[in-house]
Write a protein that binds this ligand. Structure first.
Ligand code: RP5
Length: 168
């Protein structure tokens, strides 16, 4: 049974959504990934959202662009957390999707990450699951330590080489 549902409104969202999946894989978290359009196939969408709990999902990561109703409608139906990812687009720089996902009415929250924030959505889902999984929590702590070590290594290299040599 997959612990996380990943759903996107179109395959054009895949480059962003795959970053969430990559992180879940790195943490050993099972997921189920789907392309479902709330607007273009509402019947398929409703079936997906209504059966998400019985499929065993503990959290849904939903990404969409433009008038992005997919994450909010997942949150209206699925009783556990929904993480929303607004997609950047050229027409309105993603502000349409950002506000559509972020500005939910009281009672139906969507935990909204940054525009194109696929990786952070994966990390946030992992942190939610880690509240009741100590092994996963340790993996997340190791990941945080890894990021710190990477920054420290870059700083050490900069101090050693100077900025002109740094990128060569
Ligand atoms: C939304 O419309 C999708 O989430 C996508 O971000 C956007 C454009 O969809 P396509 O025209 O690329 O299928 O429903």
């Amino acid at each position: 049974m997959a612990q996380v549902g990943i759903v996107m409104g179109s395959d054009s969202d895949m480059p962003v959504m795959s970053k969430a999946a990559d992180f879940l894989e790195k943490m050993g978290i099972s997921y189920d990934m789907r392309i479902i359009s709330a607007h273009r196939e509402p019947d398929v969408f409703f079936e997906y959202a209504k059966t998400a709990e019985e499929k065993g999902f503990k959290v849904i990561i939903a990404g969409a662009g433009m008038a992005a109703h997919l994450p909010g409608m997942c949150a209206a139906i699925f009783p556990m957390p929904v993480i929303g990812i607004p997609m950047y687009n050229d027409a309105l720089s993603g502000e349409d999707a950002l506000y559509s996902i972020l500005q939910m009415p009281p009672g139906i929250p969507v935990a909204t990450v940054a525009l194109n924030g696929g990786k952070n959505a994966g990390i946030l889902a992992a942190k939610m699951l880690a509240m009741s999984d100590s092994g996963l929590l340790e993996k997340l702590k190791a990941f945080t330590a890894e990021m710190k070590a990477e920054v420290e290594a870059k700083d050490a290299k900069l101090r050693e080489t100077g900025y002109k040599e740094y990128k060569k």
